[in-house]
Design a protein around this ligand. Structure first.
Ligand code: OXD
Ligand code: MN
Length: 613
């Protein structure tokens, strides 16, 4: 039996509610040892994990882990939100009555950590001192040391974050038990995995994985699902899957902040971490705040919308990350950063890693290279020779402070004022490069109808988007109609409203070629948006928003083919009319959607009806 009290004393955990929580779960899971973690434990934990073979060296200050083959991504089907009230059931939140699911998952966790160490990770999903701090504290219990290493990179970790809470009982209780990954029936009718957020009890119970959002409970389970619930219930804030960046205009001295949501594979991380294009770098400086989550609230003093990134690190998709697509990410995972790679390819002799898109071709000399499953690439049978070396969802985990253009004030508890909120899904047509929306309700409506092309043909109808409201579809914790009403309330209370915009970096020409260079050049439409907000340009009003007049975009140094710019900024009225029918069907799923949202929808329909084709 572990002497829990003695371990908690030694670990400096004083909060009596936290102690009680740990005692309960240590007994329930049957852990053989207990350890309280703080960020300063990282070097020791790395050494232990290396010794145990859980991670491997990947160059100076770089580490590599391989997950179980059946455990490589978040599972949306096995993720549930539960509460005691049927009224909390939404379309996307996979709601279940809490009594039912809690018993099931607790049963799976009983005795499941026997023989293992339970790590106690007190954490904070906010800069200390933030006005949202009372919703940011949590304690994750996990039986995986690799998860601890991730949490130390992704959240602020240490007992000080929970010892002195204004309400000592206000922390999120998060329990992670890995389970026997060989025998969980992953993806079958008998799937034993349960990833449950008991939202009305601020309790997160995840069983059956040690990967990503299934296991790092501060990030998605707390930072998005629980936090969006808390923001709604308290009426105080929004928690969104948004990137957050800053743009300084050196000429005027003004600094702007832009946040926004992008469905997966729509370029969010690259945008969040971008630098100004060379031709504009003398004037504009882009700073990084966050690539995945923003919490937004209205400052009662000046009435402005403010945002923080509650995270402390980046858990980025490795695929296609390279010096062109994301040079700042490449620096953030360079030697000496203590980055942790997962499921990329690894070479234990030269201590290197590789993933698809890192270089145009894989290393020519395959000696020592193993793919993400651990198989030697050189030993693969010919029929599998072309398979990727890295898993498509392979990741790098690195602290924010490793990002070279991290904003100096990224840890400012007051957050930053938001000037613009953007949405962008990957679409080959329909969406222009940028369309600005000045009406708040139409902006929120646009976020609710955000979509991207389905990634697999089987998922959808040609030309029909997979809707992903505000890019929160997998993280939605409460009913969509309430979510829309909460957005209207929060943004409605903002005195100096942000401008909204929809962007699309992925338009293609009839020959299939991308029309816009993307990456660093994506700053150009954002600059136009901020100028529009400041009244320096007018743009051209269309039924679906304002698009730039061709001369208004600063295209110094960009080479576009004749006709491409016009195409990038055009609105295909017939295609948009068809889209409005799809949107209507999408929105009709959400019972009780606020009338303002329907009114915004009807306004766009009417504007399209009135437009010439
Ligand atoms: C995600 C992530 O799954 O950020 O969205 O990891
Ligand atoms: Mn994400």
């Amino acid at each position: 039996m572990v002497d829990v009290g003695a371990v908690l004393d030694a670990g400096g955990l004083k909060n009596p509610h936290v102690r009680e929580f740990v005692e309960h779960w240590a007994a329930h899971t049957g852990a053989a040892q207990l350890e309280v973690v703080e960020a300063a434990d990282d070097p020791r934990l790395l050494a232990e994990a290396l010794e145990a073979g859980e991670i491997r060296p990947a160059g100076e200050g770089r580490y590599y882990a391989r997950s179980h083959r059946k455990d490589t991504a978040r599972s949306e089907e096995r993720t549930f939100v539960s509460s005691g009230d049927l009224a909390d059931k939404g379309v996307y939140n996979n709601w279940r009555p809490s009594g039912q699911l809690q018993a099931l998952v607790e049963d799976r966790m009983r005795g499941a950590s026997a023989g293992r160490t339970m790590y106690v990770i007190p954490y904070l999903m906010a800069p200390p001192g933030s006005p949202l701090e009372r919703w940011a504290a949590g304690v994750e219990l996990t039986d995986s040391r690799t998860v601890v290493l991730h949490m130390i990179r992704m959240a602020r970790v240490g007992p000080e974050h929970v010892n002195n809470l204004a309400d000592p009982n206000s922390f999120v209780r998060a329990v992670h038990v890995t389970g026997e990954l060989d025998n969980l029936g992953q993806g079958t009718a008998d799937d034993q995995r349960y990833f449950v957020t008991v939202a009305d009890r601020r309790t997160i119970l995840h069983f059956g994985s040690s990967y990503g959002g299934n296991a790092l409970l501060g990030k998605i389970a707390h930072g998005l699902r629980q936090a969006s619930w808390d923001g709604w219930r308290s009426g105080r804030f929004l928690a969104e899957q948004f990137m957050l960046l800053g743009i300084t205009d050196r000429l005027t001295g003004r600094k702007y902040h832009v946040c926004g949501g992008f469905p997966s594979a729509s370029g969010k991380t690259n945008l969040a971490m971008m630098l100004a294009p060379d031709d504009l770098a003398h004037r504009y400086h882009v700073e990084f705040y966050g690539d995945d989550i923003a919490w937004l609230w209205v400052d009662p003093e000046d009435g402005r919308l403010r945002a923080i990134n509650p995270e402390y690190g980046v858990f980025g998709v490795a695929k296609d990350t390279n010096g062109t697509t994301n040079p700042t990410a490449m620096e953030a995972i360079a030697p000496g950063t203590d980055v942790l790679f997962t499921n990329v390819a690894h070479n234990e002799f030269i201590r290197e890693v590789w993933w698809e898109g890192r270089t145009p071709r894989p290393p020519a000399d395959t000696t020592g290279w193993r793919d993400w499953t651990g198989e030697l690439v050189s030993a693969r049978p010919t029929e599998r020779a072309a398979e990727p070396w890295a898993h498509p969802n392979s990741r790098f985990t690195t602290s924010l402070s490793n990002v070279p253009n991290i904003a100096a004030d990224f840890s400012d508890p007051r957050g930053v004022p938001i000037d613009a909120i953007i949405f962008g899904g990957r679409t080959r047509d329909l969406e222009p490069l940028i369309r600005a929306i000045t009406d708040m309700t139409e902006g929120i409506y646009d976020g609710l109808t955000l979509g991207a092309e389905a990634t697999f043909a089987a998922e959808g109808v040609e030309g029909q988007l997979r809707y992903d409201p505000m890019s929160m579809r997998p993280f939605m914790s409460y009913p969509e109609a309430d979510y829309a009403a909460h957005w209207l309330r929060i943004i409605g209370a903002v005195r100096e409203k942000p401008i909204f915009a929809h962007v699309n970096w992925f338009q293609r020409g009839p020959d299939g070629r991308f029309l816009w260079p993307g990456y660093r050049d994506n700053l150009r439409p954002l600059l136009w948006l901020l100028q529009l907000r400041d009244g320096e340009v007018t743009g051209r009003q269309t039924p679906v928003g304002i698009v730039p007049n061709p001369g208004e975009l600063d295209l110094t140094g960009v080479e576009l083919r004749p006709g491409d710019l016009a195409r990038l900024l055009s609105i295909d009225i017939a295609r948009w009319r068809q889209e409005m029918d799809f949107r209507q069907t999408h929105l009709m799923q959400f019972d009780g959607l606020p009338e303002e949202i329907w009114a915004a929808h009807r306004r766009v329909v009417a504007a399209l009806d009135a437009a010439d084709e």
